[in-house]
Design a protein around this ligand. Structure first.
Ligand SMILES: Nc1ncnc2c1ncn2[C@@H]1O[C@H](COP(=O)(O)OP(=O)(O)OP(=O)(O)O)[C@@H](O)[C@H]1O
Ligand SMILES: [Mg+2]
Length: 307
């Protein structure tokens, strides 16, 4: 499979896809972070106002000394203390939700950005080892691709770490990958030794960006999985826009699912992403052998598809 591995082409396609994706993720990450900061600010303001954020409601007086008769003062003091305890509880819960959200996002970033490149290195290294005695030149080229991919992975890791801090302006301009990026994914998989055919039908130009991005991620993960888990195989990617939904199917002719020996992030992440758009995802053995990933996502953001 690595007899004629074009190291430069592998590097270029992997880099192009990875950089476009990384920049897209950074933009998205930043938008999400801004939205979270806004939401957290509003929550904090609400808590400071004793929760009376609605228009026309009387502002709460927690912390504002108001002269009262002695009997009233005790009851009011207890109410204020209770209100403060509730507010503190809300603040802790809000903080925990934000932290959990952030952890989930970082895990997704690490998987999508870095795991794919490390997986590609693993495939290239296996190819190099197999070709070592038979064709040392091919092994050498494969190892050069491992080097380049490793460097790119490290760059992505640094980029990811930077994205988690306040970021610079360039990434704001980067587009998210969409359906047109799937051809690049297929090329990169072919360069890594997997024959891939892509078939499309229907008005794919009308697919909304978010749905297109979800489809791109499904194909990205599915092809990565074929490379890693299917053994010798060929893959077929089908994209069809019809009946108000986008259908994405990736099948391969490999060894099919093995008894689960570990739980990965890939299939879970795919399912979450597709569900976010009201779609469904099915994974498992393909009818004629091999593995099949099938997703159906509504084109109308308010819609939902059924089996
Ligand atoms: N094309 C495939 N052929 C055979 N088995 C597959 C295929 N795709 C997925 N699998 C099986 O499903 C399991 C779960 O896949 P998943 O993508 O969730 O995790 P992973 O690839 O093992 O790890 P990662 O978290 O890096 O994605 C795999 O470990 C593998 O056993
Ligand atoms: Mg995977």
């Amino acid at each position: 499979m690595t007899d004629r591995l074009p190291a430069r082409r592998v590097r270029d396609t992997v880099l192009t896809a990875a950089v476009a994706y990384a920049l897209g993720r950074v933009t998205q990450a930043r938008r999400e972070a801004r939205a979270r900061r806004r939401a957290a600010g509003e929550r904090r303001a609400g808590i400071r106002n004793g929760g009376a954020a609605g228009a026309g409601r009387e502002p709460a007086r927690a912390g504002v000394p108001v002269p009262r008769a002695a009997g009233q003062a005790g009851a009011a003091g207890q109410a204020v203390a209770a209100g403060q305890a509730v507010a503190a509880g809300q603040a802790v819960a809000a903080g925990q939700a934000v932290a959990a959200d952030e952890r989930r996002r970082i895990a997704g970033e690490l998987h999508d950005l870095v795991a794919h490149q490390v997986a590609a290195m693993q495939v290239l290294a296996t190819g190099a080892r197999r070709a070592l005695h038979r064709d040392p030149g091919a092994a050498d080229r494969a190892m050069a691709a491992v080097e380049d991919t490793g460097r790119a992975a490290l760059r992505e890791l640094h980029r990811l770490l930077r994205a988690l801090r306040p970021a610079g302006p360039a990434a704001e301009l980067a587009p998210q990958p969409g359906l047109s990026g799937i051809a690049t994914l297929a090329r990169a998989a072919r360069d890594a030794g997997l024959p891939v055919t892509v078939r499309t039908s229907g008005p794919l130009g009308a697919v909304p960006d978010g749905v297109a991005l979800a489809a791109y991620r499904v194909v990205q993960e599915a092809l990565g999985n074929v490379l890693r888990h299917a053994g010798p195989a060929a893959a077929l990617v089908r994209l069809a826009a019809a009946g108000g939904a986008l259908t994405v199917e990736v099948t391969d002719t490999g060894r099919g699912p093995a008894p689960p020996d570990r739980i990965g992030h890939g299939l879970v992440g795919m399912r979450e992403r597709v569900a976010l758009y009201g779609g469904i995802l099915r994974t498992g053995p393909a009818p004629g052998g091999g593995f099949r990933v099938y997703a159906r996502i509504p084109l109308d953001p308010a819609g939902a598809v059924r089996d």
